[in-house]
Design a protein around this ligand. Structure first.
Ligand code: KG4
Ligand code: ZN
Length: 332
């Protein structure tokens, strides 16, 4: 399976065998192109995907010991079809469909969010089910019950900003640059997480969460107390987000009788979040699985794993299917 991921600002391609064995996974990040604008510029992202996609595909094929001449022997070509930036998605979808047509192999459209769930399958095939997956990315914050690979139910999620979006917006406000998550994490290392008692929004209100009020609290606090150091604000903000996420994930695990907890999405790369989740899961007698940082952030290996399951379950996607920027989390 050759898979392509181009939903946001990473151009990625991977070759995965049997939905499990990663033969190659290449990720070309555009961070350097967007940094000076303080966020992803959709037009620049789309154009960069167009320039980088085929070289990245060729590199993924070569690292797996293949070339484009081997295309007809692939099981399928997959691509993320949504959610994401329309101009970025279209580059990956069009390329995957063109390659599938030229090689006469099936095309498989993959939901990016479902793809993130499959990251755990690649690195932890023995994950104990049912599991709770805390999927925290730039665009989404979701709590998912995973009953088996490819069988899941959405329990809840953010009612406004995603966790990663909150990190990015707060980092921008604090002048820490883009991408915000790693910048906040680095600044927080020098700060005191108890310096400001930021609110822990919707802590005991089911599986929904909200981060937009917390973001506003950072702004009003910084205005009211200019003497606070950026490091203390970053550390206190990060502590509030982590408290909410870990609390919600454990509450969800208790509610559904989960045996394990698993992390997914770009915010899953956050060191203190990983440590707290692991600690809290162990204290609750649950096993936890934290995918490697490279598997948390956007990559095409997880898209290939998801495509493999999709192909087995529901067959190929039509070549006239398009890209859907607001594609929702799929019903199980
Ligand atoms: O999953 P992802 O790579 O792309 C999306 O599908 O959105 O997630 C990107 C998000 C960004 O908001 C970024 O700031 C956040 O993940 N992120 C982090 C860290 N690394 C990336 N957030 C907190 N701490 C990190 N170390
Ligand atoms: Zn993602």
């Amino acid at each position: 399976m050759l898979a392509i991921e181009s939903s946001c600002d990473e151009t990625a391609a991977a070759v995965v065998a049997d939905g499990r064995h990663v033969r190659s996974s290449v990720v070309s990040s555009q961070v350097d192109l967007h940094a000076r604008f303080g966020g992803v510029v959709p037009e620049i992202a789309g154009r960069a995907h167009l320039e980088r996609l085929l070289p990245v595909v060729d590199e993924a094929l070569a690292s797996a010991g293949l070339s484009r001449a081997d295309g007809p022997s692939l099981a399928a070509v997959a691509a993320t079809s949504g959610p994401g930036l329309i101009g970025s998605l279209l580059v990956g979808v069009s390329a995957a469909k063109a390659l599938a047509l030229a090689w006469n192999v099936p095309y498989v459209a993959v939901n990016h969010l479902e793809g993130h769930l499959f990251a755990s399958l690649l690195e932890a095939p023995d994950l104990e089910h049912p599991a709770i997956v805390l999927l925290v990315s730039g665009g989404h914050t979701l709590l998912v019950r995973l009953d088996a690979p490819g069988r899941y139910a959405l329990l809840g999620g953010t009612v406004d900003d995603a966790a990663g979006e909150a990190f990015d917006k707060v980092a921008r406000y604090l002048g820490l640059g883009y991408p915000g998550g790693p910048a906040i994490e680095a600044a927080a290392r020098q700060g005191d997480p108890t310096a400001v008692a930021f609110p822990r929004p919707m802590l005991d209100e089911g599986f929904s969460c909200s981060f937009s009020g917390l973001k506003t609290a950072v702004v009003t606090t910084v205005r009211a107390r200019p003497e606070l150091s950026t490091e203390d604000v970053a550390a206190s903000f990060q502590a509030a987000v982590i408290d909410v996420l870990v609390h919600k994930a454990l509450a969800a695990a208790r509610a559904v009788g989960a045996r394990s907890i698993c992390l997914a999405g770009g915010v899953g790369a956050n060191g203190p979040l990983r440590a707290r989740l692991e600690e809290a899961a162990a204290a609750a007698g649950l096993s936890s699985y934290l995918p490697s940082r490279a598997m948390c952030t956007d990559n095409a290996a997880m898209i290939a794993a998801c495509a493999f399951a999709r192909l087995e379950r529901s067959g190929a996607s039509p070549l006239d299917s398009g890209a859907e920027p607001s594609l929702a989390f799929p019903a199980a």
